[in-house]
Design a protein around this ligand. Structure first.
Ligand SMILES: Nc1nc2c(ncn2[C@@H]2O[C@H](COP(=O)(O)OP(=O)(O)OP(=O)(O)O)[C@@H](O)[C@H]2O)c(=O)[nH]1
Ligand SMILES: [Mg+2]
Length: 336
């Protein structure tokens, strides 16, 4: 996961720490007193911090340009790359750096912090609190998943269902991908493996009606959660977008989750923006992180959409879903 990004940032970290070291050591190396007056030298040394040169913007030009290029090559969205660079710059330019502090540590902590900030830009969402709250009202939490074709929606629903069942919640699935016959079947296969009931109708049925039935059933039978699968659609497909809007209008879900494929990089970010504009999204799940070497989507999607990443898909097994935490990404990028 994120091998290429890791490799690139490692090289940036080395360059940045070399630059910090160079700037601070230059001053240390400068003779502060002629050697024939060792006493004077001692006095000067005790206050050498005063003579230290601060890092200027031009000192960092090269390394920040490299960082910019590396981020864009990793498919990071431009405003996100700019924000990361701005943070590193603002923490260094004009600052007196403590001599003796390990420049590599400083470089890494600046890069880490800049990335942590963009990852957290969309805030945080607590799925379990939402479910508990609905439970208190004796209503199911209704969660709809949408995104373009083949990104991993149905698999993700199965993973989320398993995670919730493992925590003791009663889960019901709604097969509202009525567009393809296989859409219903794929959800049913997962459901039967996991032992979860599915509300479905025939292919071509009104997707909103299927979702509505599922919610009604869940209310009547006191299910804790309803997970609604929908047809994969291109964000440019007006009919399917309208179908999605209708589902949302009819069942008023508690959570609308955009599912994206990390491998598609900036496309996933743009899709999320379009879905948010058209339908409104509350959170993001990024799938296929296990296969993604570049990391641009993970770095950008929360910052650009202003929505939190809820979880990451990290493989094809039901267990391969991890709740999002910025340290997951940061540790993958900065692991030794
Ligand atoms: N490596 C990996 N593969 C994944 C992950 N999530 C889903 N997949 C695979 O991606 C493929 C598509 O997954 P689906 O769940 O069918 O995608 P979908 O969005 O429901 O597709 P449509 O219903 O056709 O729109 C399947 O082969 C999944 O096994 C993941 O986190 N990692
Ligand atoms: Mg599907």
């Amino acid at each position: 996961m994120l091998e290429k990004l890791k490799h690139k940032l490692k090289s940036i970290k080395e360059k940045l720490s070399a630059k910090i070291r160079e700037t601070t050591e230059q001053e240390e190396a400068e003779p502060v007193a002629p050697p024939e007056h060792p006493k004077l030298l001692r006095v000067k040394r005790t206050v050498k911090g005063v003579f230290r040169r601060k890092i200027s913007e031009s000192d960092l030009d090269d390394v920040l340009w490299d960082l910019h290029v590396s981020l864009l090559e990793s498919d990071t969205a431009l405003p996100v790359a700019q924000e990361i660079i701005q943070y590193v710059k603002s923490e260094l330019v004009g600052k007196e750096l403590e001599l003796g502090k390990d420049p590599r540590k400083l470089a890494e902590s600046l890069l880490r912090e800049s990335i942590r900030r963009v990852l957290m830009k969309g805030g945080h969402i607590d799925l379990f609190r939402l479910i508990e709250q609905k439970r208190g009202e004796d209503k199911p939490a209704v969660i709809v998943f949408f995104g373009v074709n083949g990104v991993g929606k149905t698999t993700t629903i199965a993973k989320v269902a398993k995670m919730l069942m493992d925590r003791g919640y009663r889960v019901l699935l709604a097969a509202a991908d009525t567009f393809r016959a296989a859409g219903i079947e794929q959800l049913e296969i997962h459901a039967s493996k996991l032992g979860i009931p599915v509300v479905k109708q025939r292919r071509g049925a009104d997707a909103a009606a299927v979702a509505f039935d599922a919610v009604a059933h869940a209310r009547a039978r006191h299910y804790d959660v309803v997970l609604v699968d929908t047809a994969g659609r291109m964000q440019t497909d007006v009919d399917l977008m309208d179908e999605m809007k209708k589902i949302v209008r009819v069942i008023k879900p508690d959570l609308k989750i955009f599912v994206g494929d990390a491998l598609t990089g900036n496309d996933a970010v743009e899709q999320a923006q379009t879905f948010d504009r058209e339908i409104g999204i509350d959170a993001v799940i990024l799938c296929k992180m296990d296969a993604d070497a570049r990391g641009g989507a993970a770095l950008s999607i929360s910052y650009v959409t202003g929505k939190p990443i809820l979880a990451l898909g990290t493989g094809q097994r039901y267990e391969d879903l991890v709740q999002f935490n910025p340290d997951l990404i940061l540790n993958a990028i900065f692991a030794d």
